[in-house]
Design a binder for this molecule. Structure first.
Ligand SMILES: [Ca+2]
Ligand SMILES: [Ca+2]
Ligand SMILES: [Ca+2]
Ligand SMILES: [Ca+2]
Length: 579
């Protein structure tokens, strides 16, 4: 599944930062001798102790305390926050504006670099992406011949491993329907499916009921007010003796706490109905076969003649790959839309359907990217079961052998990935064991609030399985049809990290993939501020305890450290993250 947050309230919550909360966090950060600190200290001490072994030196002058912004972000800041800096701007972005100012001042030159977006389809005609696409120069478009003899026909901007398929089952459904794996796995999957399907139907019906109630209330209140557009203030000042109308106004007032307008509420409710309907009709439907139109056997990795050379999105709602691609590499400073994190060539690989991706497509996609010149592969997808995981592990090791870096989203379940029952595939560690390769960076999601809500409430985390954090809450980027919009998810955090990796690597191309990974982790901004745990909103833990590095990615720091490594003034081998 693509890793985008689907709960309706998250978006709005991040968009309107409540200032009173910001003030509260600041208090925590300053009050060393407060009551709070007394209760918290034993716990904090444990975490600090655990973190000490791994604590590398600082590479830049860091002020001892990070201060969150005390006012709400402006719309422009909301659109650009991932490029802001925690120190300079009090916003926990990736320091990209600062990094570009430094690049400019120092006169640093960037080399060309290709980043593969292994994802859903991409809007290849988008105004802010079309000039940034990787092109296979030796391939002639549309002649049905594999001109460059790389095994793929007409792969001009990448490849489409999904053919004309879009909806898919999730692995739990496939395990039950196709009897994959052993009896124990099938029994476990059967139990999950028996719970998930009725839940999806129930959620769909609930969304439908709320949608109907809001639609009816909206129509009646418009009529009573005598206007087509109204605001919360209109509802608050409206007086009526009709109990029915009072109830409807009550419903609408409640809705204003989820979004800024009723049309936005209706849009999100409709999206909810669609989401839960698709869950029931496709993802969790034992009898659905999304792969039939592709025509291959997805359980035979040797059968490679499938899919086609057109990785564009098939439907407007297939927006994920477009959004991810823009975060990494939307054309910079062209007077349109947004600035990507780096100026890269985007290789479009369509391999993630509306359901769980097949291990075969992911393994072949990683190999395609590796063999055709990508240095970085962005992997904003994941799933809880991976029946042919060995194919993916082999592909990851192959990419490592060719010095290709893979950036993986940590996932959106709000879970501790170090817990044995919460794997998120493709991982690079089996049962918290040693890493199978040194080229995978796993990224959790931050919100724009430098305080207790710093870690997005949907983000997975883990001192062993998540390497670093990057912005993932309410991220503004490209959408199909030449549009732009906000999306939430660790899916949005991975491409931010991928863009920073691309920027660093484009300037210091002699670094290895493993070195770039380590530089991103070591140079991040570390903070011990207490953050709400995504898995338990009643609990807090130091931010630094939720990932291997304890840090959030910072492009400026990464460039400084990369230069030191290149000039042999800093030996990366001396520092390791001890678990
Ligand atoms: Ca070809
Ligand atoms: Ca051709
Ligand atoms: Ca642009
Ligand atoms: Ca790892």
């Amino acid at each position: 599944m693509t890793l985008r947050g689907l709960h309706m309230a998250t978006h709005t919550k991040y968009m309107s930062l409540p200032t009173k909360n910001v003030a509260l966090h600041t208090k925590y950060m300053y009050t060393d001798k407060s009551l709070f600190r007394r209760f918290f200290t034993p716990l904090l001490f444990l975490f600090l102790l655990a973190g000490c072994k791994a604590l590398p030196p600082s590479f830049v002058v860091e002020t001892p305390m990070l201060n969150g912004k005390k006012t709400a972000l402006s719309l422009e800041e909301k659109k650009q926050w991932p490029h802001k800096d925690p120190y300079t701007d009090s916003i926990p972005g990736m320091g990209l504006e600062k990094a570009y100012a430094y690049i400019n001042d120092a006169g640093l030159k960037a080399n060309s670099i290709t980043v593969a977006v292994l994802d859903s389809g991409i809007d290849l005609l988008h105004e802010d992406l079309k000039n940034q696409l990787w092109t296979n120069e030796k391939e002639v478009v549309g002649n049905k011949i594999d001109d460059d003899n790389n095994g793929y026909i007409d792969d001009v901007n990448g490849y489409n491993f999904l053919g004309e398929s879009y909806h898919e089952q999730v692995e739990v459904t496939r395990i039950v329907a196709l009897k994959l794996g052993d009896a124990a796995l099938q029994e476990r999957a059967q139990k999950e499916l028996e719970k998930a399907l009725p839940k999806a139907l129930q959620d769909r019906d609930q969304y439908r009921q709320i949608l109907l109630a809001v639609e009816t209330a909206d129509a009646d209140v418009k009529k009573a007010l005598g206007k087509d557009r109204y605001y919360l203030a209109d509802l608050e000042s409206f007086e009526t003796n009709s109990i029915m109308l009072q109830q409807k106004i009550g419903v609408l007032k409640q809705m204003f706490s989820f979004a800024d307008s009723i049309p936005q509420v209706l849009k999100e409710l409709n999206a909810g109905v669609t989401h839960f309907s698709e869950l029931a009709d496709y993802n969790l439907n034992k009898n659905f076969n999304g792969r039939a139109v592709v025509g291959d056997d997805p359980y035979d990795i040797s059968e490679v003649n499938y899919g086609n050379g057109d990785p564009k999105n098939r439907l407007p709602e297939e927006s994920h790959g477009t959004h991810v691609a823009g975060i990494i590499g939307a054309q910079r400073n062209n007077g349109l839309g947004i600035n990507g994190a780096a100026q890269v060539k985007i290789m479009a690989l369509r391999a993630v359907p509306n359901g769980d991706e097949y291990d075969k497509d992911i393994a072949l996609g990683i190999r395609y990217a590796t063999d055709n010149g990508a240095k970085i592969i962005n992997a904003s997808f994941g799933k809880s079961y991976s029946p042919n995981v060995e194919w993916v592990y082999d592909a990851i090791k192959y990419a490592a052998s060719k010095d290709v870096l893979i950036i993986h989203a940590a996932g959106n379940e709000g879970d501790d990935l170090d817990h044995p029952s919460h794997p998120n595939f493709p991982n690079d560690q089996i049962n918290n064991g040693p890493e199978i390769a040194n080229n995978v960076l796993t990224v959790g999601a931050l919100t724009s609030e430098l305080g207790e809500n710093l870690v997005a409430d949907f983000s997975n985390y883990g001192k062993i399985n998540v390497d670093v954090f990057a912005p993932g809450g309410a991220i503004y980027s490209t959408m199909p049809g030449g549009a732009y919009d906000f999306q939430d998810g660790t899916s949005m955090a991975a491409p931010g990290a991928a863009g920073v990796a691309a920027l660093v690597w484009s300037i210091y191309p002699n670094l290895t993939a493993a070195e770039v990974k380590k530089i991103l982790m070591l140079s991040g901004v570390r903070s011990d501020i207490p953050v709400i745990l995504p898995s338990d909103p009643d609990k807090k833990a130091p931010f630094s305890s939720l990932s291997v590095s304890g840090r959030m990615i910072n492009a400026y720091n990464a460039l400084i450290l990369a230069k030191q490594v290149q000039d042999k003034k800093f030996n990366l081998n001396k520092y390791d993250f001890i678990r």
